[in-house]
Every structure is written in C-alpha cells, then in structure tokens.
Design a protein around this ligand. Structure first.
Ligand code: NI
Length: 189
C-alpha cells in the first residue's frame, strides 16, 4: 500500500478514457495493488473519492468514502466503496447544482448533476453490486465516473462560478452550504 502522487489538470492521463478491467484480473496482484493505493491515497488527501486516472492508471476503478471528511463537511457519509467497471443509470430528469472540488484541480465550481442514480459495479472480490444513490452521493459517483471518461469539473462547471478554495471559503461557502443542506434534508442521501 502506497500513497501515490495525484496528477494535476494538464496531465494527459487525466484525459485518457480508462479501460474496463477484465473480470479475471480483479483478484490479481496488479488490480489489487491499484485498489490499495487508491484507498491509501484518498485517505491521505482527505478526498471523498479517487479514480484510477488520478494516480496514473487507466483502469476503470474508483474508490469513494465520506466519513466526517474535512474537505466536504456537508456531505452525507458514504461507506468505503471500491467500484470496478462502474456503470451509472440516471433514473429521472431531476438535477441539482453542486459546488464541487477535485484533488486534480485547484479550483471549485458549480456543476449540474443528476439527483437519482442506479449504480452497478464489481467490488474488489469481483462480486456484482447494485446501489441506488441520491443527491450529493449521486454527485460524487458522477464526479468519479467522469474521471474514468477523461472528464474534469472544469469541463462541466459554469465558468463564472470557478473559484479557488480560499475564495470559495471567503465568499461562497456559507450560501452554498445553506442551499445544499436544505436540499439534502429534502432528498436525504
Ligand atoms: Ni476529482
């Protein structure tokens, strides 16, 4: 298990669509090593999620976990999840604007996300899982799966809302948290 360097916007691997992991390779040393490194690196950086592209690997693997995360104190908890070859199905037209950050991008910005998703993925043992995700948790899934397609928040964000973390804290955080807390109370997680 190794804390890896996280690639920053501009690195070509962040723009490379990741390849599906052959099921027979999931329990192998290479894939298990990537999974362990993703978890370690996400924890070290206090991320809510991390995709393989961000540590320089072009395999369709993401990890997610929210548990009192200091980067995103308003996010509902997500248990540690390893998702291999994840597939998202948008269940309806409901959307929400979420102000997102990313460990590979030094800015935050407002992104429109679907609110109701069904997610199918294989876990690190190769077992198929299906979960329904709502609200901010659905947003986290969409963010991480975007990475696997080479998409970053700067591609989706309203450019006029882009902000450094410092300026976000200073000028936008309170209004965003008030709006998103009301939304989270309504939809749950
Ligand atoms: Ni990201």
């Amino acid at each position: 298990m190794t804390v890896r360097d996280i690639l920053s916007i501009g690195h070509p691997t962040l723009r490379t669509p990741a390849a599906a992991v052959p099921v027979a390779e999931i329990v192998g040393e290479r894939v298990q090593g990537i999974v362990d490194d993703l978890i370690d690196t996400m924890h070290h950086a206090n991320g809510a999620g991390l995709a393989a592209n961000q540590i320089g690997e072009t395999d369709r693997i993401v990890v997610l976990e929210v548990n009192g995360n200091p980067r995103y104190p308003y996010k509902p908890p997500i248990p540690l999840t390893v998702a291999i070859n994840p597939e998202l199905e948008v269940l309806d037209d409901e959307t929400v604007v979420i102000n997102e950050g990313c460990l590979s991008v030094p800015l935050r910005g407002d992104v429109v996300r679907s609110v109701n998703l069904r997610v199918r993925y294989l876990d690190r043992h190769g077992i198929e899982n299906r979960v329904e995700a709502r609200g901010l948790t659905a947003g986290t899934w969409q963010h991480e799966c975007d990475h696997l397609d080479g998409i970053l928040i700067t591609d989706r964000a309203d450019p006029a809302t882009l902000s450094t973390w410092d300026e976000f804290e200073r000028h936008h955080r309170d209004a965003f948290i008030e709006r998103i807390s009301k939304f989270t109370e309504l939809v749950g997680s």
